[in-house]
Design a protein around this ligand. Sequence first.
Ligand code: SF4
Ligand code: SF4
Length: 732
Amino acid sequence: MGSVQIVTTILAAAITAVAVWLAVRAVLKLVAVIRLGQPAPERFDDKATRARTMLVETVGHTRMLKWGVVGAAHWFVMVGFIVLSLLVLEAYFEVATPRGGLPIIGHWTVFGLATEIIGVLGLVGILVLMAIRLRNRPSRPGGRSRFTGSTMWQGYFVEWVVLLVLIFGFVIRGFKVATDHFEYPLWATPVSHAVGAVLPDWQDGVSVAAAIKIIISMTWLIVISLNVTMGVAWHRFLAFFNIFFKREPARPAGSGLGALRPMTSQGKPLDFEEADPEKDQFGVAQVEQFSWKGLLDFSTCTECGRCQSQCPAWNTGKPLSPKLLVLSLRDHAYAKAPYLLAGGGKDLTGEEKATAAQLAHLDVLALAEADRPLIGTAEEGGIIDPDVLWSCTTCGACVEQCPVDIEHVDHIVDMRRYQVLIESSFPSEAGVMLRNLENKGNPWGAPPNTREDWTKGLDFAVPRVGEVDDFEYLFWVGCAGAFEDRAKKTTRAVATLLNEAGVSFAILGEGETCSGDPARRIGNEFVFQMLAQQNVETLNEAFEGREKAKRKIVATCPHCFNTLGNEYGQLGGEFEVVHHTQLLAHLVSTGKLTPVQPVDGGVTYHDPCYLGRHNRVFAPPREVLGEAIQGELTEMPRNSERSFCCGAGGARMWMEEKIGKRINVDRVEEAMATGARTVAVGCPFCSTMLNDGVNGKGAGEQVEVIDVASVLLRSVKPEQAQGDKEAAPVAG
Ligand code: SF4
Ligand code: SF4
């Protein structure tokens, strides 16, 4: 070993020792903070499916590849990071001796070839990612960047480290070529040979370049160890765990969508008959009241901003960005952690748990952080502003987009639950809706005995459950479908089409009450449970004696469809629920309904969030429309998984939209830009919101917003559709 090798070896050993010590400390800190969360025992079930899903999503990059170029570039960088870590290990042999290499595989041509290819592709990948980050930097003139609010230096730092480590990998090999110590043939390692051709014949070059490579790599490890909230780097390790522990790992996509998680206390679902707010946790009021999976979510955020780029609230000038919300919770959790780890925290009555002695040596900043309310305005020192919390439509675009499976909607609703149930703090205008739900069983406060009024004037009888027993489908009409003029037309259209197709169905009539979706999404789990239990009881009675496959329900409202199909199971109600567009598509494809007159003028389709993203029903409404117009749909730029919310979900239908541009107006502008004269929808709330948007733009004469069922009825029974149009005038 020459003097140069003695120096490079000492340098490499010293910086590695420091980096490893700091990294161990950082990992212990991360684990300690994540363990502060509440139990989540359900995250340990079905480990085989979890492992499979984790491998598919990470190795296959299935979620990342939804953004093709970024996904492909990131895949090469990820593979480069894993495989080329072996070359960092090899550098420890090279600092000691220029002829050094990895034992066993270090002289194998296949290893040389594989690392050469991965090195080149990794270089291309990281340059692409760097270009994308630069092109989308928040400081660029014009436009809203998905990186707005991200810690940009961290992204640049990580990317430069990857670039330099890759470059120095080739420099080391180049020096080996130049000094004739390289064992791999030219055909397997052409880039290394090309680099070697321009490097001098310097014997110590290999050791010096290897030392630089180790110093860069260990500097990276030191920096991320000193910054445990640096998700852009830590996600390389945490993403595997976050994906493994995601909820519903068997779901093909959007695992955090569909059903909301039940309210839990100490990891167990809360039973409202026995729950006591002084003993049980009602929602989330402190960051440590999230489950440990919530804290793992916050720690894993890469700050990529994909969620932000799709969020309807953020895109219309509201203060909510799902990314910034996650980052605020993460930073708060880690800043408060020393206080919590010292034994601090408030019990459920608000009393401090720690003794003065336990808190005596704490940093004042940690103590100050512990005093900040989780929900509060900037003046109150709040972590999350109430306007942020209440801007969410629970559309799920953030969950759909997140490459590391963060479950934003659950976290937002958990915080709402505490605000509504314990603080009674929510937008006051939504109070009327909640009162109506409690008193009348529907959000409009309509008299329950008018639930069947929509059947008046139909030329066939609509039977009630009980009057007939052998119905195939229970037609769940929903509150909008029963009381709201425009939605009533959809209800009539569906009933007419089912009757035309010879489908036997029955309704609950006055026996139906609100599914509870708006109560649950606003955070009033108590009212949701009350309504849902009543409905589950009624439905179980209606289907008594039937196996699950024959407990079929068809619903026109995606919110009811989602709640009945995905959430009633939490209360003992197991049903086969379909959306009316799915049933209609089936009836058309099996020849039970025959479109005869093409609907012309151009049709575009708006995907309702709770039908599309939350439940993956994208094709059936398009199939129905394709048959009805006997041609191609005109798609909006934001469609299917990336559809843009109408603004009504998450109980936003009953809140005023005071900040920024109206979401429905943004969507209507996009729909109108397609030139289509008909905007087809599959949800009564979307119908109301988009109609309001069209009317607000004074375009009611040029553009019509109607349900898919009404479009089909026009094609199947043109005269009937015209008659119904006249019989049931549209309100507003
Ligand atoms: S659910 Fe929709 S509105 Fe809410 S934060 Fe996510 S993207 Fe934004
Ligand atoms: S998409 Fe996921 S990882 Fe990316 S910024 Fe949003 S929450 Fe973080």
